[in-house]
Design a protein around this ligand. Structure first.
Ligand code: FES
Ligand code: FES
Length: 191
């Protein structure tokens, strides 16, 4: 059994001192020691992308590249500045990627979304005007069981300013048919 030790993690612009076992993953430290549950625990073995966070060298002003927190040891993340989904929005509100995902209706259950949005943010930081194949390649490590990906790719293009949403979400309700607007007789059912 390996002993616990004090480590320092730089998360969303704040330093955190944690006493964790040497085998603690960055994902476990985020979720269970710091309560940052936006990073999801999907496969827990590097296959699904749900745990994606951004990592840059400490002191860098860039948000950096997408990494998988479930296969990164917390102890090895001490030299990194980590951005999780909780830190993506800025003082002026949602990140354009978050806004575009909402505008395009690019989510259903939402489980994949933190990782998906952070991978998209990493792509747009290094390639502000990506082609569709570049978007597909950048998100190829993030699996989504719900959306079929089309809306997700659209949202990244919207965030990049390459297009407008094809249909804004939430979709407007249809007007009720005329017959529905007539007064209905309600019969009380007495048990
Ligand atoms: S939880 Fe699936 S890649 Fe990390
Ligand atoms: S929205 Fe459900 S897994 Fe992607």
């Amino acid at each position: 059994m390996q002993k616990s030790g004090l480590i320092h993690l730089w998360i969303n612009g704040e330093d955190h001192a944690l006493a964790v076992p040497a085998q603690r993953t960055l994902l476990e430290a985020l979720r269970y020691d710091l309560g940052l549950t936006g990073s999801k625990q999907g496969c827990d073995k590097g296959d699904c992308g749900a745990c994606t966070v951004l990592a840059a060298p400490r002191g860098s002003t860039a948000r950096g590249e997408a990494i998988l927190a479930c296969i990164t040891l917390a102890i090895d993340a001490q030299d990194l500045a980590i951005t999780t989904i909780e830190g993506l929005a800025g003082p002026s509100g949602l990140d354009p990627v978050q806004r575009a995902f909402a505008d395009c209706g690019a989510l259903q259950c939402g489980f994949c979304q933190p990782g998906m949005m952070l991978s998209a943010r990493a792509l747009l930081d290094r390639t502000p005007l990506p082609t569709l194949p570049q978007i597909q390649e950048a998100l190829s490590g993030n699996l989504c069981r719900c959306t079929g990906y089309t809306k997700i790719y659209e949202a990244v293009q919207v965030a990049a300013g390459l297009r407008a949403p094809s249909q804004r979400a939430p979709v407007q309700s249809e007007r009720a048919a005329a017959s529905d607007s007539k007064a209905q007789t309600v019969t009380e059912i007495v048990p």
